[in-house]
Design a protein around this ligand. Structure first.
Ligand SMILES: [Zn+2]
Length: 488
């Protein structure tokens, strides 16, 4: 869709999100079936999660704990008495004909997360977090004649995090998702592997004239599972709705699907209201009561969260705020940083390696932080070797490449390849004399005042020593030797 850029129009987007996060628990919400991803179809199910008549559910305590952890980490109040409701709809991947969810009394309410976009901070409200079970999965045959159903996912524990409509742009949506993802990873509530569907996002979006307080008709785009797709879908849909209004038409309240390959959203069905689901309390499930002891136990199990850690990294390791933000943006990266930083004195250097060469390598080879082939111990050694002047910065980069391929001790690599800095004055002087002899034209130019040529000669010396000559010594000696030549 070309033409209209919503930022340049009188319209603004109003966006709320519903985020489904698969809980990192080993068993399903109401039975003991495994939740492992990628198993053979229908090998992780039983009468409970396939909705057989007479099978009764038992709530997974750990799932409730994880949901509460997510609530505490997002500044929510924890509701001490909540219940589970049946949400009815008909679909072949939903064997019971309803999904066990929470409607009026979710576990957590009234939270918020702070995001930062273009240097300005914004609070995004979280209306609630509730637990629910996932549905199975339909696999449509390519012929279009039939579909198969896999119930491995049926009954897998989820939380749904519902935000207030506080987001106004794709940048804000992106910042929010990344922040939430980091928090869920830190708390261990969800592994956040979006490519495996453990974090899926629905976007509720409407547009209205700037300054208006009533909401326009909204659409819901379902089941987005990459940050890139979410950003593109938000931009597309805001533009589409603004164009409809511009043309004097109204926006239809509907559920839409995002086609990432074509970069468009298209209507799926008319949007259901709460009444359509005929919610009622599940008579097979008891209310969930959380007492002080349990809540305190969960509170004390919460780890340090990204915002706190960022502040600590600035204070303790003297990292610039931007760098601390980058490093603490991933739990694994911040753990790696601390492992290396406690073994050497130059913490900034560790941070620079992580933000520079290591990040570059990770992007190139598309591997996770947990699979960095250089151990934190060896990175710390490399930093110490560079700082103490045993190798130059330039050589350190070469050593790093070997470490990446082998994870060997950098000291060993340096000895084996003879990469130590040459501090021997006489050895360096010999090379300089040789270079001066070989480049009479350059020497002549310098004598005639073209001082820039000295840089060329230094380069020749470094080349002859394989970059190992101590730059300080080379600088001093080259002037000495030139002086001597000129006074001969
Ligand atoms: Zn089961």
């Amino acid at each position: 869709m070309k033409g209209l850029n919503i930022r340049q129009t009188e319209y603004e987007a109003v966006i709320g999100l519903e985020v489904h996060a698969g809980l990192a628990v080993n068993t399903k919400m109401y039975c003991g079936c495994k939740t492992e991803f990628g198993a053979e179809p229908n090998t992780q199910c039983c009468p409970v999660c396939t909705g057989m008549p007479g099978a009764l559910p038992v709530l997974n305590r750990k799932a409730v704990e994880y949901a509460i952890k997510a609530g505490l980490a997002t500044n929510c109040s924890i509701i001490r008495y909540s219940r589970q409701d049946r949400k009815h709809y008909f679909y072949p991947d939903l064997p019971k004909g309803y999904q066990a969810s929470q409607h009026n009394l979710p576990l957590c309410t009234g939270g918020f997360l702070e995001i930062e976009v273009n240097m300005s901070a914004k609070k995004v409200g979280i209306r609630g977090i509730h637990i629910e079970e996932d549905a199975g999965k339909l696999i449509h045959d390519e012929s279009g004649k039939y579909s198969l159903v896999d119930y491995n996912r049926s009954g897998v524990p989820l939380i749904e995090i519902v935000t207030a409509p506080d987001l106004g742009s794709s940048e804000e949506v992106r910042a929010f998702i990344l922040k939430l993802k980091t928090i869920l990873e830190y708390t261990g509530v969800c592994d956040c592997k979006m490519q495996e569907g453990s974090l899926r996002v629905d976007i509720n979006l409407s547009v209205r004239r700037r300054g208006e307080s009533t909401f326009g008709n909204r659409t819901e785009i379902k089941n987005l599972n990459s940050v890139r797709a979410i950003v593109r879908a938000v931009e597309y849909e805001a533009k589409r709705q603004a164009e409809e209004l511009e043309k004097g038409r109204s926006v239809r309240q509907e559920t839409r699907r995002w086609d990432d390959a074509r970069g468009v959203s298209y209507p799926m069905r008319e949007k259901k209201g709460a009444d359509d689901y005929r919610f009622f309390p599940d008579p097979d499930l008891c209310p969930i009561v959380i007492d002080d002891a349990w809540l305190n136990e969960i509170k004390s199990s919460l780890p340090e969260l990204p915002d706190e850690k960022k502040k600590r990294f600035v204070l303790e390791y003297k990292l610039p705020a931007y760098d601390a933000d980058f490093i603490t943006g991933s739990k694994q990266l911040s753990d790696y940083f601390e492992e290396a930083a406690k073994r050497c004195r130059n913490h900034r250097a560790v941070c620079n390696w992580l933000m520079g060469d290591i990040s570059k390598k990770l992007n190139e080879s598309n591997i996770e932080v947990s699979d960095i082939p250089v151990s934190p111990e060896n990175l710390a050694k490399l930093v110490e070797l560079t700082d103490s002047g045993i190798i130059s910065w330039k050589i350190a980069k070469q050593v790093f490449v070997v470490m990446w391929d082998t994870n060997r001790d950098p000291a060993e690599i340096i000895e084996e390849k003879g990469l130590r800095v040459i501090n021997d004055t006489e050895e360096i002087r010999k090379v300089i004399i040789q270079v001066l002899e070989e480049n009479p034209k350059a020497v002549e130019d310098i004598r005639n005042g073209k001082e820039k040529t000295i840089g060329f000669l230094i380069g020749q010396v470094m080349r002859k020593t394989g970059g190992k000559a101590s730059p300080g010594i080379v600088n001093r000696l080259i002037f000495e030797e030139l002086e001597r030549l000129f006074h001969e």
